[in-house]
Design a protein around this ligand. Sequence first.
Ligand SMILES: [Zn+2]
Length: 338
Amino acid sequence: MGNTDSVLGLQRRQLIKGALAVSAGMAGFSVLKPVYAADDMVVKGPRVPDVKPSKVSARCHVIIAKDPEPTPENQGMFSNMGFIITQKGVVVFDSGGSVQIGEMLIRQIKKMTDKPVVKVFNSHMHGDHWLGNHAFVQEWPNVEIYAHENMHKAIKEGVGEFWVNMQARATNNATAGTVITAPNQVLKGGEVFDMGDTLLRVHYYGKCHTDSDICLEVTADKTVYAGDIVMTGRVANMDDGTYTGSIEGIKKLKADTQATNYVQGHFKFGPKQADIYLEFLETLYGSVVEFQKQGVGPSEMKDKVLPKLKKYRDWKGFDGVIGRYIALAYTEAEANNF
Ligand SMILES: [Zn+2]
């Protein structure tokens, strides 16, 4: 999208539409219908270009987002979207960060199967993983949308508004028209769904990346959709999570599932992703704990820990966020000492 005057005019209308969507979102937190302006002003950001799904295992697929952050160019698509084609229909794991991204995912699914999407799982409360719910409700009004109970709570507290605004700002309103569409099913962890040719098992390990992370195990494929509790190649946001919780969570996930494939919420999938991320977390947090014992203070901690993390330096976002995440680890380690 170029910066011509007419485009700016469109953007202004999109802003108004975004504001409408947000106020509609605050009116109630059930599934919402999109709000349209006058007929010729159905203001919506442009469609998102198709991205071909990657095959993970017999039933499991994922659309990989190549960027680590939302930009006008990627139209807010910076998180992966998974789907599982089962005997009893298609199951989606993460619906994307806007209605347009969700619609793109639906187009790709329809190229591969005539089966409807019967279930959508939202991995956690960060909106890049679930604002696409809107597209699925438009296409299949009775679709079941599942999320952990803590995500339902976060949506009541306004996390949806925060993310709609953030995505719109970061993309010059390419995500305009996205209506906050809350999940309509509540998970606590431990649920099992029989999809005919495979079971789906929901795993919840407390506060890891957030307090609302669920993982979905596709038992017949030994594949786990891990959301953001497994992240390699990009330094994960730890502002809403804990290091010790993440470390324990990944260990339990590995033991519970013995998966041969981990699909991350960003970037990659592969057999070793849980191990690689576990090692990263243990190195970062373990170093901070060790140096704290030696009396290293918060101001010198970054310089001490950085050399230990050498092999992760090419992870996206490393230089920008690692200082802050070492500081978070410091605070967490200190708190755990008392
Ligand atoms: Zn996240």
